[in-house]
Design a protein around this ligand. Sequence first.
Ligand code: 5GP
Ligand code: ZN
Length: 119
Amino acid sequence: MMRQFDQDCIFCKIAKGDIPSKIVYQDEFVTAFEDLSPVTPVHILIIPNGHYRDLNDCGEDEAGLLGHILLSAAKIAKIQGISDSGYRVVANDGPDAGQTVFHLHFHLLGGRPMNFRSQ
Ligand code: 5GP
Ligand code: ZN
């Protein structure tokens, strides 16, 4: 069962369409939209359509949802034309990772070579 939206959360508002964003993919479970400050030519955020703070806020009940998010990332990469050139999927969880928005989201990054260890 998907969680409800949190009325004070910016990403919940984006998923609901209450705040404008460039949505590139949406289905019953996830919403994907362009990051406001892209760090790569393709920089999409993929979020669940329900409020989860981060991965620590997920349990076995969310296993299917988390799998769906990763499969959506691959689907969106294809739509964005970066399937063959390659891409990275990242979740920043907590302070050391620099998480700034506390609604679970996965960054889909691509369109240029990336050095994992320099970021
Ligand atoms: P985090 O650092 O939490 O992993 O990433 C949050 C991301 O959300 C950042 O890359 C930031 O640019 C993006 N972001 C923050 N607020 C908004 C917004 O209102 N709209 C969009 N499209 N992206 C946002
Ligand atoms: Zn939220």
